[in-house]
Structure formats: C-alpha cells, structure tokens
Design a protein around this ligand. Structure first.
Ligand code: SIN
Length: 278
C-alpha cells in the first residue's frame, strides 16, 4: 500500500508494522487518520515510538476509531478516566493482565475492535515484551476440512474464566461478568478475511460438542494459535504505543521481569458483534 503521510515498516510478512512520521498527540488530519487505519488493517497490529500523550490526547486518538470501551470488571484506577485501563506490575505482582493468549474482552456481546496501549515505564533489566499472533494466519494454515468444520461451530466466551479473581475483590458498583457466544471463525468486517476466534483466556466451550470433544478441539486450537510463524514480538520502550485489532489478532503479555516495574495505559475501542459470512 502507498502511504503519503506516514512510513510503514513491516516487522514480519505476516503481522506487525512500525509506523513513522505520525504525532498522535494532535488532531489527526483525515488523510493521516485514513492511512493509520489502513496500516492497521494491513498489518493487524501497528507500533509507534517516542509519543508524548496526555491522558486526554490518548483518549482522543482512540475516539477517532470509535466509542471508547469501559472494562466490565477491571478496577478503575483513574476515577476521572474510566476508559483508561491501567496496566501495571511491580514487586508485589504475582500475575499480570494478559498473560494468557487472548483477544481483549471476547466475553462481550460486542467485543472491542481494537486496543491502544501506551507504555510509560518498562522493566529496568529488560523483559515485558508483548507477543501478537495473526488469527488470519492461524485460520489460513488449517486444512480445508477443519476450516469447514470450525465454520459450523460457535464458542462460549466467559469473563469468569479470565476474571474469576475479581468476583469478590472489587470496588466497582457496576461490575459485570459478561459471557457471549461467537462464531469460532469470524469474518473481519473491514477486510472480509476469515480469522480464528477462540482464545485460551476467555473461551469456555463449544456448545455443539460433547465436553471431552470440546476440550480436545479447543486445546488443539489454542496450541495452533501459539505457532511462532504466526507471531511478531514487540520490545517496548518508554513512550511506545501498540495499536492492535482484536478482531484478527491475539496477544500475550510476557511476565518475565519480576520484581521490576512496568506501567502503561490502555484505551480500548468498541467493536461490533462477530459474524461469519459464508
Ligand atoms: C493486555 O492489554 O492484554 C496487556 C498487554 C501488555 O501488557 O502487554
């Protein structure tokens, strides 16, 4: 694709690109907005370096792509900004958000289209990379009979799988633990490509199958999703931004840096109900 206002350098031929020449703190002109959107559609996750954004500028950038999502049950660390999900780990952390491969909040009836993570602080001695996997590549690599079979199925995604530890420990009065049934293969609403849409973080079962069949099939798919050839890996620096498309990717936050600190803010852009176009 030819870009006029940005430069786009792919990380791998399958997924991921770094974008140069855009300052995300100011209002984006229509052409640059369109090119950033095109770069995201083409590469599934895009990365920006050396950005200086206030919280409001981060939210404004997200709003160019759609309404901002408020997480159904994560703590609201910044009460003035419920749309900001704080991603943090320090010496007290035993787990971090996103350690399992997942697509954000796939338990929502209308799961988010994208997420924009702005990293403020990275671990002192390295580590804390994020891995992204292409669910187009995961679908395309399956055999035709398996693709056809999966296209007949739905899967139940349940927040209680990913967020069970929040059921008791919460300060939110509006807390919710949504669940939703989605097609196992979804059509991307913009590109029209098919993507595998089950993930270890949220998916509970395939209701059309017997329990042991569902478990075995899902385990096979989760391991398939983790195939290194479907992935790129992003090494954060302070003030880097990653913008990923949840409709065609999964990601995995490495927690290999304890007891060091890592801190960032995520805004999440609302999406629509997954569908499969035959
Ligand atoms: C997430 O949004 O799932 C966390 C990603 C990360 O911390 O790298």
């Amino acid at each position: 694709m030819a870009y006029q206002t940005i430069e786009v350098k792919q990380l791998t031929p399958t997924i991921g690109a770094e974008v140069f020449g855009a300052d995300l703190s100011g209002p984006l002109g229509n052409q640059q907005f369109q090119e950033i959107h095109d770069a995201l559609m083409e590469n599934q996750v895009i990365f920006f370096r050396d950005q200086k954004l206030t919280i409001d500028q981060h939210k404004d950038f997200g709003r160019r792509f759609g309404k901002l999502h408020v997480h159904p049950n994560a703590p609201i660390d910044l009460p003035e900004h419920p749309e900001i999900l704080v991603i943090k780990a320090d010496e007290k952390s035993k787990h971090v958000a996103g350690e399992e491969w997942h697509s954000d909040v796939s338990c929502d009836i209308e799961p988010p289209m994208g997420s924009i993570l702005y990293m403020h602080e990275v671990p002192a001695n390295g580590g804390g990379d994020t891995l992204f996997a292409s669910m187009y590549a995961a679908y395309d690599a399956l055999s035709a009979p398996m693709q056809r079979f999966l296209e007949t199925l739905t899967a139940l995604h349940d927040s209680s799988k990913a967020h069970y530890y929040r059921v008791k420990a919460t300060d939110r009065s509006d807390i919710q633990f949504p669940n939703a049934e989605h097609p196992v293969v979804r059509t991307h609403p913009v590109t029209g490509r098919k993507a595998l849409y089950v993930n270890r973080g949220f998916t509970l079962k395939i209701p059309q199958l017997k329990r042991h069949e569902s478990n075995a099939l899902l385990e096979m798919l989760y391991r398939h999703v983790e195939t290194p050839e479907f992935q790129c890996r992003f090494k954060w620096r302070p003030n880097s931004i990653a913008f990923w498309d949840n409709r065609c990717t999964q990601h995995h936050a490495m927690f290999d840096y304890h007891p060091h600190r890592r801190y960032g803010h995520r805004v999440t852009v609302c999406g629509d109900k997954p569908f499969l176009r035959a």
